[in-house]
Ligand binder design. Structure first.
Ligand code: X5A
Ligand code: ZN
Length: 657
């Protein structure tokens, strides 16, 4: 077992850890030939370096010089042809034609030098850690490496920096005492190149966790499937954890660490760990679509530092949001230096699909790793599926929406504090030690109340109650089974908002021919929309969103969770991608009431624009629909019947928006 015993941690922390850090501006010379913007650009490593400088990290590290890789080291994992191509590409006048034939690759006059420096630098830091001159180290390198294959550059990668370093440690002429290497690839993309290079090699345990979506995420192949376990004597030494969906975050990664990576690392007992440390699974990354926080990265790294006597090497790979990569890298440096976690962020919960994937991985690998033979306890994985009634159909309803821009700029800080405050108490798991316990999203979201603001037929309270409690009132074509949590709303109030109510679309399932109600997302002072607000939980709001938008969605994960709530509060609105064509897919933040966020839902900004310019015609509601709206306003005590009729008529008038 390579696990450091409890207690020895404090012994090692009594002396300053020697942490290597490598950065060299020459790796910025690789950039697009025409100056065109590209996500993999020189500012990535500059942003990391400035962030570390601003936080006094370099002064606490052993700074290392970048080195160019030696051809013999490159040739251990690449063909002569590929090494020659990259070596000569920067003086090849036809390099644009070469790159055009490759998958996601550009070259310029600085590419060869940067590629040699990136590979050589990872070798350099890995060697120093292997020798024990350093406890651990990080290399801020580019271009990245993990997609580069034996004979091919791809996915922004020229040489496979990590594979070159690993093979150097095992087979380089020096006797470094490294016999087993764990490569942890937490870049959001599958490390296809690295996987192939050690496919039959039992000395290298390659572990990659990545968005996969059954092969529809880059690099678009089934190489990243969990069934790919290696071959020959290397069988069992290749472990893929393929996400089925985006939006994975700390909780999903922690679950995989606790139930796949860490148990197998204990068994494998590596002599050193090299992390293909891409930060494109970080929250905010434009390519990754996941949500790992700096805290998440620091926890994942910290757990690895319990092995290999703390010999851990970080090699930068992908990561395309400058702030996210800088903050994530900083969190990792604090962990290497002081074993300190970054500030703990919002707690979340793993997706149900995460448990499914973990179980599949363990089952597949149990032939090779006895620790996987035991099934995970069902209390961990056995979340009840949502009741089938939630697979309700309707894209009929009417909705609500609006967003006074004045209330947003107002006091975002305070609003966030209120929204986030209670959430930070939603500790789902303790990751300082023990293993993760599973908590579904429902109990988590049931602890946050919001005001759901309605402007359509949901203003009529009996009709809205059907969405929560179940049942069928007149005007509804089929019965609602209600939300999972059938508790009544905890409060009802009416408010007016400076938004325009209008009716659009040809017809609905529920009401037949005629338009359905929307609000223009922008506020305008001369407009006035009457809205009925219901205080419900965020869990119930998810069920209502579903009923208003889709015919079929399994709800194994929420459509609008704490992250979306924060975005809505921050940005004013959030368009829910899961509802590809839902009419009410745009959740709009309308300010606060009694310190709780007010949310409504309306059409997307692009649909609103189409209604505005006439590309989508406005349509008056049918009589039954209009009557239900009037009834809501009258029974709610907001308007007299005459006033209500005039209000709906005005909104139906079809005057140009
Ligand atoms: C290293 C890395 C991503 C390539 C995406 C190409 N590559 N569309 O993150
Ligand atoms: Zn990546």
């Amino acid at each position: 077992m390579g696990e450091v015993e409890k207690g020895s941690t404090s012994k090692t922390s009594s002396r300053q850890r020697r942490v290597g850090l490598l950065y060299d501006e020459r790796m910025c010379k690789h950039s697009t030939p025409d100056g065109e913007h590209h996500p993999e650009n020189p500012d990535r490593i500059r942003a990391i370096w400035s962030k570390l400088q601003a936080n006094d990290i370099p002064s606490r590290c052993v700074l290392l010089d970048a080195k160019k890789a030696q051809d013999k080291h490159l040739l251990a994992v690449h063909t002569q042809r590929h090494v020659d191509l990259i070596k000569n590409i920067s003086c090849n006048s036809r390099r644009n034609r070469v790159s055009a034939k490759l998958n996601s690759i550009y070259f310029n006059e600085g590419s060869s030098e940067a590629a040699y420096l990136a590979a050589g630098s990872v070798v350099e830091v890995a060697e120093k850690v292997a020798k024990g001159e350093l406890d651990s180290a990080a290399a801020i390198v580019r271009p990245p490496g993990h997609h580069a294959e034996l004979d091919e550059a791809m996915g922004f990668c020229l040489f496979n920096n990590v594979a070159i370093a690993a093979s150097f440690l095992l087979d380089g002429s020096l006797e470094l005492g490294i016999k087993k290497i764990l490569i942890v690839d937490w870049d959001v993309h599958h490390g296809n190149g690295t996987q192939k290079m050690f496919w039959t090699d039992p000395r290298v345990l390659f572990f990659s966790v990545h968005r996969h979506e059954f092969g529809s995420f880059y690099p678009f192949s089934d190489d990243g499937c969990y069934t790919k376990v290696g071959e020959g004597v290397g069988a069992g030494y290749n472990i893929n954890v393929p996400w089925e969906n985006g939006r994975c975050g700390d909780a999903d990664y922690f679950a995989v660490w606790d139930h796949v990576l860490i148990p197998v690392t204990k068994e494998f007992d590596p002599d050193i760990i090299i992390v293909s440390a891409g930060f494109d699974a970080a929250a905010g990354d434009p390519l990754g679509g996941c949500r790992v926080t700096p805290y998440g990265y620091s926890v994942m790294l910290g757990k690895l530092m319990d092995f290999s006597h703390g010999k851990v090497v970080l090699a930068f790979e992908g990561g395309y949001n400058l702030d996210s990569i800088a903050n994530s890298f900083l969190a990792c440096m604090e962990m290497l230096l002081e074993r300190k976690h970054a500030a703990r962020s919002l707690e979340a919960y793993p997706f149900e699909s995460t448990w499914r994937v973990i179980q599949e991985v363990r089952k597949k690998l149990s032939a090779y790793w006895p620790v996987f033979v035991d099934e995970l306890p069902t209390n961990l994985t056995n979340q009840k599926a949502p009741p089938p009634h939630l697979l309700v159909s309707s894209s009929d309803s009417e909705g609500e929406d609006g967003k006074p821009s004045n209330t947003i700029s107002d006091n975002v800080e305070a609003a966030l504090e209120e929204v986030v405050g209670p959430l930070s108490k939603l500790t789902v798991e303790d990751h300082s030690g023990g293993s993760a316990s599973f908590t579904s999203w429902r109990p988590v979201l049931s602890r946050t109340d919001i005001w759901y603001a309605t402007f359509g037929s949901n203003m009529w309270q009996p009709r809205f109650r059907c969405y929560i409690e179940g049942g069928q009132v007149e005007g509804m074509q089929k019965a609602c089974t209600g939300s999972v949590d059938k508790n009544p709303s905890k409060g009802i109030m009416w408010k007016t908002f400076p938004h325009r109510l209008f009716f659009g679309h040809e017809s609905t399932d529920t009401w037949g021919p005629g338009g359905v109600a929307f609000l223009l997302p922008e506020s305008s002072s001369h407009e006035k929309a009457h809205m009925c607000l219901y205080r419900i939980t965020l869990e119930q709001f998810n069920d209502v969103l579903l009923q208003e938008n889709v015919s079929c969605h399994d709800m194994s994960s929420p459509v609008f969770d704490l992250t979306e709530l924060n975005s809505a509060v921050n940005q004013g609105s959030v368009s829910l991608e899961v509802f590809k064509s839902g009419w009410y897919r745009n959740v709009v933040y309308m300010g606060k009431e009694q310190d709780l966020p007010i949310l409504t839902m309306t059409c997307s900004l692009s649909d609103a624009e189409k209604f505005r310019c006439g590309e989508f015609p406005l349509r008056a509601p049918c009589k039954e629909y209009a009557n239900t709206l009037v009834r809501g306003l009258v029974e709610g005590g907001q308007l007299s019947e005459e006033e209500a009729i005039a209000y709906i008529k005005q909104a139906s008038s079809g005057e140009p928006l």
